[in-house]
Design a protein around this ligand. Structure first.
Ligand SMILES: [Mg+2]
Length: 332
């Protein structure tokens, strides 16, 4: 069979992203909603327990739970997009109502936009529904595209964009949230192919090029995100190089634009996985999600072995997370 990379190489990269994301989430959980000025005096320096929800060390939150819901659905649905959607929604409901896909059999912390979407079965398109709740769980969709392209030789760019967009729309269907996911997908994909910081800008460019390429095709992606991309220029600071923006001008709120900027800023201004996570968490506010989104990228950039071993070992249910990753993307 024609393969661009070996299955073993793929799985190692996928695990780096999934575990990199989950570890980051767990490092951030105890500091959620912390004020930056408090963290400046007493910064996060390690993976610890505690915080508002008083969780044990290594506990991950909704960011990871909802990602695991998708990985589990991928394992069950495979290439059937309709079935994937049905199965993912069922898993979201099992998480929300029965505490499945949690580190301690206790669901804690679900955003209001996600909760509403899970209840009604689709994400809203209202402008107020632009929290980071789809960006924080989009990496399994990116990995699925990467798996199909590199292991199966299936390269249908518009379909890859639609797949990520549809994944976002399950909870967040406003073009601003969808565009964040498409841009993140571009970055993550490029980092997986070529693990170096220049891949961030190259990935952004690749995502925009792919979006423009749908302009005259059958895909509605370009029309859907056009206003955010061209008129509002929502992500201009990211395209211009967010690493040049001073820390004081980086907001780390749960608004999707702030989170996306803060995650890339953390990646670009640091030089190791550990340093990146602590920089993200010490920005304060939505610490777990900013770290998780940075963590997926840092996993791709630095690789699985660069995730500190004591953090990997501290991650609750790590074996389960890694086994879900393997079953979502099986060898064939
Ligand atoms: Mg969270």
């Amino acid at each position: 069979m024609w393969q661009k990379i070996s299955y073993e190489e793929f799985l190692s990269k996928a695990k780096a992203v999934v575990v990199g994301h989950a570890v980051a989430d767990a490092v951030g959980v105890p500091y959620e909603n912390s004020r930056r000025r408090d963290l400046d005096k007493d910064p996060a320096v390690d993976m610890v327990g505690g915080g508002y929800y008083d969780m044990p060390r290594g506990s991950w939150s909704d960011d990871t739970s909802m990602s695991l819901c998708t990985l589990d659905a991928l394992a069950k649905a495979g290439d059937d997009a309709g079935e994937l959607r049905v199965c993912t929604l069922a898993n979201f409901r099992s998480w929300l109502q029965n505490s499945e896909f949690t580190p301690t059999e206790l669901m804690f912390d679900c955003g209001i936009t996600c909760a509403n979407a899970i209840e009604q079965g689709y994400g809203e398109t209202a402008e107020r529904c632009n929290g980071n709740g789809s960006l924080m769980r989009i990496h399994p969709y990116v990995l699925k595209n990467f798996y199909d392209i590199n292991l199966k030789g299936e390269a249908d760019a518009p379909r890859c964009l639609e797949f990520v967009a549809d994944g976002s729309k399950m909870t967040h269907a406003h073009p601003r949230s969808v565009l964040a996911c498409l841009l993140y997908a571009g970055i993550l994909t490029k980092l997986l192919i070529s693990p170096q910081k220049s891949s961030v800008q190259e990935g952004l460019k690749a995502a925009v090029d792919a979006i423009y390429a749908t302009k005259d095709g059958g895909s509605l992606i370009y029309d859907f995100v056009r206003r955010e991309l061209e008129e509002k220029k929502t992500y201009k600071r990211v395209f211009d190089g967010i690493e040049n923006v001073p820390r004081d001008n980086i907001s780390s709120s749960g608004y999707v634009v702030d989170t996306f900027e803060a995650a890339i800023w953390s990646l670009m201004t640091t030089s190791s996985y550990r340093e990146c996570m602590l920089a993200a968490v010490n920005l304060g506010r939505d610490t777990d999600t900013v770290a998780a989104i940075a963590g997926g990228m840092a996993g791709a950039l630095y690789g699985y072995d660069a995730i500190p071993a004591d953090w990997r070992d501290g991650l609750l249910k790590r074996d389960y997370i890694e086994s879900l990753c393997a079953s979502a993307f099986p060898a064939f």
